[in-house]
Design a protein around this ligand. Structure first.
Ligand SMILES: NC(=O)c1ccc[n+]([C@@H]2O[C@H](COP(=O)([O-])OP(=O)(O)OC[C@H]3O[C@@H](n4cnc5c(N)ncnc54)[C@H](OP(=O)(O)O)[C@@H]3O)[C@@H](O)[C@H]2O)c1
Length: 296
């Protein structure tokens, strides 16, 4: 399962597939799920203030028997309860029960208050204080990254973004920009073609490849993420699926196979745009007819 670690611009290494705790809720559920992920071989846990289960993730990590340096912990500043970055990281460390996190991200550019340069200075201080090994961002666009880099002393190590074939064309400029500036792209929700848009054009190449390679469709999509040079941030409640996710690290797609998935994704996003446009036009037409009807 060679999801080989990647070297960040901070000099630290990051495992290239992560188990995420979004939507896992609280209590024993998330503890058991993080425990299950670690037991099958995940050594990167992705959480956030906003997920409200850092404490559960921390419990599972501590109970796993892994030493602190054997597990990579990402958490995010989500502006929870209006708290500032300095207070939030202290709370996250307390919740997780650790003295540092490996990667701390600003969850969204709108949380970088009062502005990106000022918020980033606060993030840089956390590195100097040894509370976080690397700092990065999430959901940042090219302009946000440019503003940040213009005054940064420490460049962001990663940008965690939505990345699946239906949004690939839209996200490509961010990916290119990140590559040029040695910022690692982390892909979240890569399985949306299966979870939220089954029956779309991406199903065709993904199913064909799954059959040809004798793997599951989710493995094809994770192999596609890997082929794009991104770190996969995913999740599953099922042990066998988690094992398949790890095994997907062995799949190498050809240029032709990647291009087929990209093309299906682009076709799907055009269809979605057309559908949206049609419903907006229909809505506008109905509104006009209603107004005309009311006047008569
Ligand atoms: N930075 C951000 O703003 C942000 C936003 C969203 C997410 N994230 C991070 O990314 C992580 C993953 O997000 P996500 O849940 O959206 O990711 P995802 O990897 O796209 O989806 C994971 C889900 O896919 C399901 N799945 C896998 N294979 C499937 C198949 N063949 N058919 C149907 N369903 C299938 C799994 O269900 P089962 O449980 O049934 O296996 C699981 O719930 C989050 O936990 C979080 O850490 C970050």
């Amino acid at each position: 399962m060679p999801w080989d670690p990647i070297k960040l611009n901070s000099g630290h290494e990051m495992p290239t597939i992560a188990f995420g705790t979004w939507k896992l809720g609280n209590g024993d559920g998330p503890i058991n799920q993080v425990d299950q992920a670690i037991s099958v071989g995940f050594n990167h846990v992705d959480t956030a203030q906003a997920y409200r289960n850092e404490a559960e993730a921390g419990t599972a990590i501590r109970d796993s028997g892994l030493t602190r340096s054997d597990v990579f912990i990402t958490t995010k500043y989500s502006g929870l309860n209006g708290l500032d970055i300095k207070t939030s990281i202290q709370n996250s460390l307390k919740n997780l029960g650790v003295s540092y996190v490996d990667l701390y991200l600003i969850h969204h550019p709108r949380l970088a208050v009062p502005d990106i340069p000022t918020a980033w200075k606060e993030m840089e201080k956390l590195v100097d204080q040894g509370l976080v090994k690397s700092i990065g961002v999430s959901n940042f666009g090219v302009n946000d990254l440019a503003v940040l880099l213009a005054s940064a002393k420490i460049p962001p190590a990663a940008n965690q973004i939505l990345l699946h074939p239906y949004v690939y064309a839209m996200q490509a400029p961010i990916i290119d920009y990140a590559r040029k500036h040695n910022i690692v792209i982390e892909a979240y929700s890569a399985l949306i073609p299966l979870t939220q848009r089954p029956g779309g054009p991406v199903d065709v190449p993904v199913k064909e490849l799954a059959k040809k390679l004798n793997v599951a469709p989710e493995q094809v999509l994770l192999a596609w993420v890997k082929a794009k040079g991104a770190v996969a941030v995913t999740t599953s409640s099922k042990k066998d699926r988690l094992e398949r996710y790890l095994d997907a690290g062995d799949i190498s797609l050809t240029e032709q196979e990647i291009t087929a998935i990209d093309a299906a994704g682009a076709a799907g996003s055009r269809n979605a745009f057309r559908k949206l446009l049609t419903s907006v036009l229909m809505f506008a037409a109905c509104a006009v007819l209603t107004v005309i009807g009311l006047r008569k």
